[in-house]
Structures are given as structure tokens and as C-alpha cells.
Design a binder for this molecule. Structure first.
Ligand code: HEM
Length: 504
């Protein structure tokens, strides 16, 4: 018995000893092989699953801290159940993946699979020739002069005739409103009008949001949950079984597709009767003779792209401005001085401080907090980080806006004047924006197609509101930034609206 116990303990000891040797070799091997930057603590087999799980509700700040500690602002994240991921806040790496070696960094199947049920083969969710042809068509349509005029006309109608009267009535009743939700309804209407010529949502906060907007919310939230799931097999199983969130996603996508198909058929009938307004994207796609499914997916992609992005940016803009009354006063003065009472396209361009404030709020709270591509073949990023075929490479606007190396010691402060050549002077020229240091609209060949429209829209809305109203948040001091497909403010931005006194 004694001999048996001795042999057994010898066995256990050698097992423990072997395990320790195996662990040391494996961790050295893994570190040597994977890293040129830093990363979270990583263990054999499970990788960084434990710290990842521990930080799952604050991934943005966890990654930002890790990136700040890395000498090249790049980290490698490996965990069981997920592919090797390189997260970078290094502008040289960002330029390399988004422009210099663009062809090696498509969105890739892991991305398009997550959004495939929702976005189908729309521009947002395809690579290669399918993407190129849609991009060519849409860029042309967005660059023509009539498209700018159409956007301005849409804004005049949606802001002057609908949004401002709602704010007017709220100010008279001294009633609290969720500004994030109101701006969300408004942006949905604008993007619906631009893509299909029809508005879809009621702006009255006491009315429920339209079923179509609701279906978009559900579909984008559940698609984002797929992307954030620690193990992708779980959502795949749920989809296969048709249960829980996956069932809700299927229903929401069904409702969206049916609705958009009806819009296509309606528009076609109008085309036949020659009653069409040919400026919107849907009419142009129909006139170009595209197939119905292609049109449907393209329209859904555009609606998705324009739905919450501008409203998210404006929500944080109003919140930040309300905490910086001196800057708010300067912005109001600029609007009064430059716009001469009207907000035409050329006049909007002169509102530089307003643009700087919008850039500064998107630097701190980017509507798309992170975005990933997948390497086709092995590669090396400019900072020396090895990329293996199939790796996910994520550029990270949220973290980039918080890197001392990029923005200096006051990086956490809202300081719009940093966007000017001479920050201490009043006025002057704005700095040329380095798109790879500030990739909130992405950059390179796949840069956001709606960038210009987004700025026009945000300037028009912000200027129209600020010159007439004061916005006073009544929420806790530090709202929570929640990254989904498009980021938002947890719990909304509850505000009181009051009339602003005219400047003398
Ligand atoms: C503040 C507002 C906006 C921000 C921050 C923003 C940001 C972005 C980003 C980061 C991407 C790249 C996403 C990816 O490839 O996964 C993108 C793509 C895109 N955006 Fe925007 N966007 C905004 C507003 C808009 C608007 C209003 C529209 C519609 C008119 C729009 C249309 C698009 C389209 C069509 C793409 C896909 C481009 C392509 O893949 O070639 N965006 N946007």
C-alpha cells in the first residue's frame, strides 16, 4: 500500500512538473510568436478568456488602457473560441490596413457572416467586385450636385417644419424629453427621405417609434450581440434552432425586407405613372435597372448607415457643449455672425468652430467605436506586428481619441480649439484633418460615403437648435458610452429645452 501511494504521488508530482514545463514553454512560444506589441495576460489554451470575461462590460476602456501601455499602441488579443485579434490605435498601422495594403484587409467572412442575415449583400457587408460596383454607383450618385440640393431641401423640410416645432412645443410645456431618441427619429426620417423619398417616423415623443425604425433597432442590437458573444457557436446554435434572440432577429429582418420590397414596388408603380421624384437613391437604383434584391439590400445598408450615426454624434455633442458654456456661447456667436439668419449650403461651410466641436465630440465619443477587417494572407504591420492569414485586425477610433501620443496630455478634455492651426487665436484656419489619426468615418477607399452629408446634417441641426434653444441635460454627470453597431448613450439624454435669448 505504502509503495503504491509512493508511486502514485511520484506520478502526480511528475504530472505537475510536466505541466509547469509545458506552460512555461507554451507561454514563451506564444509571446515570442505573437507579439510585437502588448496584450492582456494570456494563458495556454484559454488565451485571455478570463480577463476578457472579467472586462466584458468595459471592453472599450480595458483595450484603451492596454493600448496606452503598449509602446506602439497595438495589442494582440487571443482567447479560446475567437480568432487572433490585433487591435491598433497606431495611425501608421491604420493607414496600412485601410489604404496601403487595402486588398489584404477585406471585411472578410467572419464579419459578413455576422451581419449577413440583416444586411444581405448591401454595400456595407460585401467585399471585392460586389462592393466595388455598388461603391462606384453610390459615389457617383452622392457626388452629383442635385444630390446636395436634395439633401438641403430634405433638411429644410425635416428641421424647419418638423423638428423645430416639436422643440418649440417642448420648451413651452417645460417638458423633459430624451434628446437621443428625438434625434434618432429625426435622422431616421432624413435617411429614409434621402434613400427612398418618404419619411417613416413620427417625431412626437409621446407617440411610439415607427415599426420599421423599431425593427432596425432590434436587428442591429442582436447583430451586435452576435459580434460580442464570447463563443460564436452559441448564436449559431440559437439560429439553427430558431430560438431566443435569433428568432427575434429573423422576425425583425423579415419585417424590414418586406417593408423595403413594398417601397420598391410602390416606387416602380410611380415610375410607370411618371409621378416619381427621381432624386432619391431608390428611384435612381430602379432607373439604373438593378435587380429587386440588390436594390433592397443596398437601401437597407444605407438606412442602417445613416440611421443612428449622426444622432449618436449629435447627442454627445449637445451633452459636451452643455458642460462647456463658454464654448457654447462662442458657437452661438459664430452661428449668428456667419449664417446671417439663413443656413444655406455655402454658409454652413463657414461654421468652423461648430465643425471643430463636432470633430472634438466624435474624437471622444465616435459613433463607430471600432471596426474590423480580416487578413487574407500573412502580413506585417508598419510597427512590426505580425499578422497571420485569417487574423482579425481592428482599428479603434475610441481608443485612438484617448492616446496621449496622438492628442497630448489634455486628451480627455473637450477642447475644440485643438482643431485650429493656432488654437489660442479666435478664428483662423482649421488644421488639415489626418484621417488615419482620426478614422471616425474610416479612411482610404472604403471611407464613409455619407461623410459630407453627415456634416451638413449635423451642422444644420446643431445651428438651427442652438440659435433658438438652450438644451439642459438632467442626467447624471457621466453618462455611459455603449458601443453597439453604432454607439449610444445608455439610458438616453434626458433634457429640458428652453428658448434662448437673442444675442444683441
Ligand atoms: C456621424 C455620422 C457618420 C459616421 C461617424 C459614419 C462612419 C462610418 C464608418 C466608420 C464606416 C465604415 C464602416 C465599415 O466599413 O464597417 C462608414 C461606412 C459607410 N457610411 Fe457612414 N458614417 C456616418 C454617417 C453616414 C450617413 C449619414 C450615411 C448615408 C448617407 C453613411 C453612409 C455610409 C455608407 C454607405 C458606408 C459604407 C461605405 C463602403 O463600405 O464603401 N454614413 N461610415
Amino acid at each position: 500500500m505504502g509503495v503504491l501511494t509512493f508511486i502514485l504521488s511520484l506520478h502526480s508530482l511528475s504530472f505537475v512538473f510536466l505541466f509547469i514545463i509545458f506552460y512555461i514553454i507554451l507561454s514563451k512560444f506564444r509571446r515570442g510568436r505573437c507579439f510585437s506589441g502588448h496584450g492582456p495576460p494570456t494563458y495556454p489554451v484559454i488565451g485571455c478568456l478570463i480577463p476578457f470575461y472579467r472586462n466584458r462590460n468595459s471592453l472599450l476602456d480595458w483595450y484603451t488602457d492596454l493600448l496606452a501601455q503598449s509602446p506602439t499602441n497595438t495589442i494582440v488579443v487571443q482567447r479560446l473560441g475567437a480568432r487572433r485579434t490585433i487591435v491598433t490605435a497606431n495611425p501608421h498601422n491604420v493607414e496600412y490596413m485601410l489604404k496601403i495594403n487595402f486588398n489584404n484587409f477585406p471585411k472578410g467572412k467572419p464579419f459578413t457572416e455576422i451581419l449577413g442575415d440583416f444586411l444581405g449583400h448591401g454595400i456595407f457587408n460585401v467585399d471585392g467586385e460586389l462592393w466595388r460596383s455598388q461603391r462606384r454607383f453610390a459615389s457617383h450618385e452622392f457626388s452629383v450636385r442635385s444630390s446636395k440640393e436634395f439633401v438641403m431641401q430634405t433638411l429644410e423640410e425635416e428641421v424647419d417644419k418638423r423638428l423645430l416645432p416639436v422643440l418649440e412645443s417642448l420648451s413651452m410645456q417645460n417638458q423633459v424629453v430624451d434628446l437621443q431618441e428625438l434625434l434618432g427619429r429625426f435622422s431616421f426620417n432624413v435617411i429614409c427621405k434621402v434613400t427612398s423619398g418618404i419619411t417613416k417616423c413620427c417625431l412626437d415623443p409621446s407617440e411610439p417609434i415607427s415599426p420599421l425604425a423599431r425593427a432596425f433597432d432590434v436587428a442591429s442590437e442582436i447583430s451586435a450581440m452576435r459580434g460580442a458573444a464570447p463563443l460564436f457557436i452559441i448564436w449559431k446554435m440559437k439560429r439553427w434552432l430558431g430560438i431566443g434572440s435569433e428568432r427575434r432577429l429573423r422576425e425583425a429582418v423579415g419585417a424590414i425586407q418586406t417593408h423595403v420590397m413594398e417601397m420598391i414596388h410602390e416606387q416602380k408603380k410611380m415610375n410607370e405613372r411618371e409621378e416619381t421624384c427621381s432624386e432619391d437613391l431608390l428611384s435612381r437604383l430602379i432607373s439604373a435597372g438593378h435587380e429587386e434584391e440588390v436594390i433592397r439590400d443596398m437601401v437597407i445598408s444605407f438606412m442602417m448607415a445613416g440611421k443612428d450615426t449622426t444622432s449618436a454624434a449629435m447627442t454627445w455633442f449637445f451633452w459636451l457643449l452643455s458642460h462647456h458654456p463658454a464654448i457654447e456661447q462662442q458657437v452661438v456667436e459664430e452661428i449668428e455672425l456667419k449664417s446671417e439668419g439663413s443656413l444655406e449650403y455655402e454658409l454652413l461651410k463657414k461654421l468652423k468652430l461648430l465643425k471643430a466641436c463636432l470633430c472634438e465630440s466624435m474624437r471622444l465619443y465616435p459613433p463607430v467605436a471600432w471596426d474590423s477587417k480580416h487578413a487574407l494572407v500573412d502580413d506585417v504591420l508598419p510597427d512590426g506586428t505580425l499578422v497571420k492569414a485569417g487574423d482579425r485586425v481592428t482599428y479603434f477610433p475610441y481608443g485612438m481619441g484617448r492616446m496621449e501620443a496622438l492628442w497630448g496630455k489634455d486628451r480627455f478634455e473637450f477642447r475644440p480649439h485643438r482643431w485650429f492651426n493656432e488654437p489660442d487665436q479666435k478664428g483662423g484656419a482649421m488644421k488639415k484633418i489626418d484621417l488615419f489619426k482620426f478614422p471616425v468615418f474610416q479612411a482610404g477607399p472604403r471611407i464613409c460615403l455619407g461623410k459630407e452629408m453627415a456634416f451638413i446634417q449635423m451642422k444644420y441641426v446643431a445651428a438651427s437648435i442652438l440659435r433658438r434653444f438652450k438644451i439642459k441635460p438632467i442626467i447624471p454627470d457621466k453618462p455611459i458610452f455603449v458601443p453597439r453597431l453604432t454607439a449610444h448613450m445608455a439610458g438616453g439624454l434626458k433634457v429640458l429645452v428652453s428658448k434662448r435669448e437673442k444675442l444683441t
